[in-house]
Write a protein that binds this ligand. Structure first.
Ligand code: LIP
Length: 266
């Protein structure tokens, strides 16, 4: 079977992200918590579920044989070699509080390689996209990461998990990082953090505990914008750590985080 064209996959992802994002944006006012996951503060709203259902319908309606992994709906296997990674609302706590920094993240993998990704930011009306080898874009305009700065001049984004043990360790790591950098940003959405670095609005990003649906689309967009995106021990990002910065700064941040065991909880 010939591999599907990544641009065709991207167009479908954008259609699904816009539909899911529009539904979620309409429902943001007056939203309430439906359920919790790893801790009482790790919430799911009715819109996380409704938007993911709609997105799954658009993707699998067009390509019924594909596999899909969604934050809320779990995994369904397929037969085409294509797997979709879907986070219907990345930044759920922002969403719950009426804040604008949340997005819809959809990536397409072919035989395990992410080839297309979109992060849609409905309240801000922004669409970030990339296909493998084709550059990164915001609303169709090319974007690029900021040039390298020294670690001491870097604006560094990060985020925190929901469990108290992990948070204690993350606070400890932050205690070492904060005095060494220009400043820290905690936006509350990994997908948006990765788009921020892709267009030079922060210099670096690190976070422990992310899942493939959080990073897959944003990591491709950042990589296509010139950012190195990996785990802390080489290889692609993993749940242990997502670390992103332009070459040079990447190594500096890596060498600060690695001895701290920033990819562990203790
Ligand atoms: C969120 C991440 C964020 C992280 C939060 C949370 P969600 O995803 O994108 O970076 O710090 O703890 O995991 O739960 O909004 O999809």
């Amino acid at each position: 079977m010939t591999d599907p064209d990544p641009r065709v996959l991207l167009d479908l992802a954008v259609e699904a992200a816009r539909k899911g994002g529009a539904l979620a944006a309409r429902g943001q006012a007056g939203i309430s918590v439906l359920d919790t996951k790893s801790s009482p503060t790790d919430v799911v709203t009715e819109m996380d579920r409704a938007s993911e259902e709609l997105i799954r319908g658009v993707l699998l309606g067009a390509r019924p044989g594909d596999a899909i992994l969604g934050e809320e709906g779990g995994e369904a296997s397929g037969s085409t070699g294509v797997r979709w990674l879907v986070d219907p609302i990345d930044g759920t706590v922002n969403y719950l509080y009426g804040r604008p920094d949340w997005g819809v993240s959809i990536a397409a993998e072919v035989d395990g390689v992410v080839v297309a990704g979109v992060v849609e930011v409905p309240v801000r009306g922004l669409t970030y996209t990339a296909v493998l080898g084709g550059g990164a874009f915001r609303d169709g305009e090319p974007i690029a990461a900021a040039p390298r700065v020294e670690l001491g001049m870097a604006l560094v984004a990060t985020g925190f998990g929901y469990e108290s043990r992990r948070r204690r360790k993350q606070a400890e790591v932050l205690g070492t990082v904060l005095p060494r950098v220009r400043d820290i940003r905690r936006v509350g959405s990994a997908a948006l953090d990765l788009c921020d670095i892709a267009e030079g609005r922060v210099n670096a990003y690190y976070e422990r505990g992310m899942q493939p649906w959080d990073w897959a689309a944003g990591a491709l967009i950042a990589a296509e914008a010139g950012v190195r995106v990996e785990g802390l021990r080489g290889g692609p990002p993993s749940t242990d750590m997502t670390l992103a910065a332009v070459p040079g700064l990447f190594e500096e941040l890596h060498d600060l985080l690695e001895p701290l065991g920033a990819d562990t909880d203790g």
